[in-house]
Design a protein. Sequence first.
Length: 318
Amino acid sequence: MPLHSEVKEFINTVVKTGDTFNWNGLAKGLPLPDGAASLATTIPVEGGDIPATVFDVAGEQLHEKSVLIYIPGGGFCPYLKDAHNHACATMAKTADCRVIMIEPHTVKAPGQVADACSAIKHIMKNLVTFNIKPNCIALGGDSSGANLALSAALDLSNEGISLQHLVLISGTYDLTMNTTNEQEETYKSQYKDFESKDILSEEMFDAMFEAYLPEGWGKNDPRVSPYFRENDIRNLRDSETSVSLLVSEFDGVRHQTHQLADRLNACGVRYTLEVVPGQTHSGLLNRRMVPTAPNPAEYAGKAVEEVLSPIEYSRQWD
């Protein structure tokens, strides 16, 4: 389908104002969807606690549910966490699951992945406290958060810790931005007139990556570009972890999702790939400006529901 009319107007507004980062804040302060609830908390990790927010259907906080542990995107910077509240609550309602958004506080790599792994381990060790069904655990993220989620899942898998599912939305899995596949030029021709030039510029990516990478680390380092961890990706197959890939039709980094799909397929990992029609990379966050456009958060929630709802489980008491 063509670029959604609301999305087109939204992008035109950003381009006219010249405030590239303005679109990132449009979801901050947006009320949660009707019937959703949230609770701020903290999760202990090495070196201190990190903030976390638990999203649920109102009145069901004590019900035992499956969980989506979520890492918000935002160029590996923490300033976008509040902008994800509406999206996380939407995923919780759509999937009828509990969403725990964790907020790694370390700025430089590899600290954010380490924070995420510590938080995930804590949640998995305290399923009763969080009222989570065993063996019904998904991990997800968007943009840079999808990068961190995949990296954390691969690190945990190497430790013998398996997750049931990954939900990766519009991720940047190769920081060199050089991954290609046979359809990349088609995708670029679709989005080049919309956001790759004016919103997702090379200058923006360079600034974000410079802030995230420690001195001496290259963009092709597998610790920050999980696309290159082919052997570790095979572990997802062995642990029977499935993956849902979501990307917007006019996403400036859409080719990275398709490239990761190629790699998952080559490694024998079960995955699905769904394209959100008429949307751009910012589609998860800009609901105030595009209220009727397709919502990537709803797509993600449905993906979680389809995978985790059928799982049979039994509580193993100590």
